[in-house]
Design a protein around this ligand. Structure first.
Ligand SMILES: NC(=O)c1ccc[n+]([C@@H]2O[C@H](COP(=O)([O-])OP(=O)(O)OC[C@H]3O[C@@H](n4cnc5c(N)ncnc54)[C@H](O)[C@@H]3O)[C@@H](O)[C@H]2O)c1
Length: 261
């Protein structure tokens, strides 16, 4: 049964050309929304537009560049004059040891995962505030925002910042009836982690830590994001939701394995 939670609503999705963002765009259109899809990948956006039709408006933009973010949100203002929901999903990283990492690699990753969320929230919230209908913003963090990852210091640091930024934004924007929450996915089967998923020994090392025993599909991350942006979550703001198949709670040694030895 379709609940059409987003009938007649306007949504922005960053990172809409692939993975979690692509899944969100598909689900939003299926539930009646008009979607402005931002991505740096023009070709990927073109494919998404061909798939979703007129309800999907592709805008090629780099989420780390304020002028491009402002112009992209301007498309929502011009076309629809309002914005009801925003999902700040675009991300990626450069990995490396702290002792060897170039300043430019640190800046690249922190700008992409953290500054982009500030820039997008800033312009999305302005449009929500000015249209006077309230709204909901969902920022994608990561379980790495809570659990450090060897070689991933800028990513984990940036993702931890996304959680705190979202709480700060929730506080500042509540008077405008704009809710802001973050989602922390664990392992999700998308192109971002294709190398891990394709190399069986590495994949198994991840899966051993995940009590539910599988990586999430992009749809399994999109659905909790949609809930947080929906009227069903109308009293939820300033919080974070871990969606990780139990990965975070699995750190205690599994002594049950000894029972068989
Ligand atoms: N896949 C996972 O296991 C996982 C786990 C936790 C968190 N996340 C987070 O989820 C989000 C989505 O990741 P995904 O797994 O769907 O990856 P993905 O690589 O499939 O999609 C990311 C999208 O972001 C776009 N993008 C990258 N840089 C951009 C920029 N500067 N401007 C605009 N768009 C840009 C890419 O073109 C791509 O379409 C990211 O923030 C990622 O850090 C992913």
């Amino acid at each position: 049964m379709s609940t059409a939670r987003f009938g007649g609503k306007v949504a922005v999705v960053t990172g809409a050309a692939s993975g979690i963002g692509s899944s969100l765009a598909t689900a939003l259109v299926a539930e009646g929304a008009s979607v402005i899809g931002l991505d740096i990948d023009e070709q990927g956006l073109g494919k998404k537009a061909a798939e979703l039709g007129d309800s999907f408006v592709p805008v090629t933009a780099d989420v780390t560049a304020e002028a491009q973010v402002a112009a992209a949100i301007g498309v929502a203002a011009e076309r629809f004059g309002r914005l009801d929901a925003a999902f700040n999903v675009a991300g990626g990283s450069r990995i490396g040891a702290i002792t060897d990492m170039a300043e430019s690699d640190w800046d690249f990753t922190v700008d992409l995962v953290q500054k982009s969320v500030f820039l997008c929230t800033k312009h999305e919230a302005r449009l929500m505030r000015d249209s006077g209908n309230g709204g909901a913003i969902v920022n994608i963090s990561s379980l790495d925002g809570r659990i450090p990852m060897p070689g991933g210091s800028p990513y984990a640091t940036g993702k931890a910042g996304v959680v705190m930024f979202s709480k700060n934004a929730a506080l500042e924007l509540a008077p405008h009836r704009i809710r802001v929450n973050s989602v922390l996915p664990g392992l999700v089967d998308t192109p971002l982690v294709a190398a891990v998923m394709a190399y069986e020994p590495a994949k198994q090392m991840f899966l051993e830590r995940i009590p539910l025993g599988v990586a999430a599909t992009p749809e399994q991350i999109a659905e909790p994001c949609l809930f947080l942006a929906s009227d069903g979550a109308s009293y939820i703001t300033g919080t974070e939701l871990v969606v990780d198949g139990g990965w975070e709670i699995s750190n205690f040694p599994n002594l049950a394995k000894l029972a068989g030895s």
